[in-house]
Write a protein that binds this ligand. Structure first.
Ligand SMILES: Nc1ncnc2c1ncn2[C@@H]1O[C@H](COP(=O)(O)OP(=O)(O)OP(=O)(O)O)[C@@H](O)[C@H]1O
Length: 271
């Protein structure tokens, strides 16, 4: 069933529908003529070099940016014709910018809990026991339950990332958007996060998910689709095993690369 403000022309199974979208700023095309569709049960990875347009696409999907031309539907709502504040409450978003807004003196538990009110920093909001219990459960699910009372500012980068994801899941989002969640993590931290993201991806009740990364090694098993970008344009998009190939990656990153798939993990190296 369509939400009240949904556009009748868009397929309700499409969580994201980007149609012929260009975003222009200061005379530059951040993305150009992009088409992309994400269905309810899909988990997508957006891959590409610095400046390719990945964050721009994620900003459209999170209703933080409007297209200069073309149309974007998110959860059936057309950007520019819907209340984006309301739409954003249905999304879970993990970005460096959102992480930077979390006060350092907030406990990890309150960092997750306050998502129930869509605020950062606990003030006078009332939370019931169910909210508090859910925040505790989410911290445990993401392997940081033992840090519930620790101040956010004292956590390591890897611990912060996991708290941020727990926070993004607090409102039971219909779409989860993760911008480089493994950036800056050491090998152990990356592998732990990849495993947990994989568990979430393989859960049929989990929301549709989009994960932005620069590295094929960070693609969690269970991610079904990939979109490769370069210079604001799509190089390839579709089922992950068909898209994550040496040929496509070489075009995307502009150097000859070979890709090896071991089980459900990928690794790439220059030829
Ligand atoms: N407000 C702006 N005005 C002009 N150019 C911009 C603006 N915002 C982004 N850009 C440019 O648009 C291009 C795409 O940026 P975007 O952040 O989407 O890339 P990205 O693939 O996420 O890069 P990274 O991997 O480095 O985060 C870049 O060349 C960037 O410099």
């Amino acid at each position: 069933m369509l939400a009240p403000n949904a556009s009748p022309e868009v397929d309700p199974d499409l969580v994201i529908a980007v149609d012929d979208v260009t975003v222009t700023r200061g005379g530059n095309h951040l993305v150009q003529d992009v088409g992309w569709q994400v269905e309810l049960d899909e988990r997508w990875v957006l891959l590409g070099p610095n400046g390719a347009g990945k964050t721009t696409l994620l900003n459209l999907a999170s209703a933080r940016l409007f297209p200069t031309s073309g149309t974007v539907h998110v959860l059936g709502e057309r950007l520019g014709r819907t209340n984006v504040a309301e739409l954003r409450t249905r999304l879970g978003l993990v970005t460096a910018a959102a992480g930077a807004r979390i006060p350092g003196d907030e406990t990890a538990h309150d960092t997750v809990l306050t998502a129930a009110w869509g605020v950062v920093g606990r003030f006078r909001e009332a939370y019931d026991e169910m909210d508090a219990g859910r925040a505790t459960e989410l911290l445990e699910q993401w392997g940081v339950g033992h840090l519930a009372d620790r101040r956010y500012g004292t956590l390591s980068d890897g611990e912060r990332k996991r708290v941020q994801i727990a926070r993004a899941m607090m409102t039971d989002p219909e779409l989860l958007l993760l911008d480089e969640p493994a950036a800056g993590l050491d090998l152990g931290g990356r592998e732990d996060l990849v495993r947990r993201l994989s568990e979430l991806a393989l859960d049929p009740d989990a929301p549709a998910t989009v994960l932005v990364t620069h590295h094929v090694e960070e693609i969690p098993p269970g991610y079904t689709h990939a979109l490769l970008m370069r210079d604001g344009a799509v190089v390839a998009a579709g089922p992950a095993p068909e898209v994550i190939t040496g040929e496509h990656l070489s075009k995307t990153f502009g150097l000859p690369l070979s890709v090896t798939r071991i089980g459900d993990r990928y690794t790439a190296q220059a030829l």
